[in-house]
Design a protein around this ligand. Structure first.
Ligand SMILES: [Zn+2]
Length: 132
């Protein structure tokens, strides 16, 4: 595979998250949106992170910091722990995941259960609960 998607789906990026990040395709499920947001973090794509974030909780003022931080770490991979709802016919959904990265040479992990919701028909990230 020439360009595997960073989200770990074992699919080529251009058949997985790339068309979602570029806006050519809609994330059909909460899980697809979650995967695309992980890829956006690996590329420090703050515009996409804002666009895919609920208007009500969108951290616009943190965009530059998010980009800087995302660029400063080395992303290793994404593991999906589980999902609840978030399918094509649902209005809300949860995705639990672990995202690994190296920061200052140390292996770090975000373990989060995220809430997604449809806003104007599109899946968006609302909030997350972190596990330690
Ligand atoms: Zn992907």
């Amino acid at each position: 595979m020439s360009n595997p998607c960073p989200c770990g789906s074992q699919q080529p990026a251009d058949a997985c998250c790339d068309p979602i990040l570029s806006g050519n395709q809609e994330a059909l499920t909460a899980l697809q949106l979650m995967r695309s947001r992980y890829v956006a973090f690996t590329r420090a794509d703050g515009d996409y992170l804002m666009r895919s974030h609920s208007l009500k909780t969108r951290p616009v003022r943190e965009k530059k910091n998010m980009e800087q931080w995302a660029r400063s770490v080395s992303w290793i991979g994404l593991t999906i722990v589980g999902t609840q709802a978030g399918q094509a016919g649902d209005q809300t959904g949860y995705v639990e995941f672990k995202a690994s990265y190296l920061e200052d040479g140390k292996l770090q992990q975000i373990h989060e259960k995220s809430l997604f919701r449809r806003e104007n028909g599109h899946w968006v990230y609302v909030s997350g609960v972190h596990f330690s």
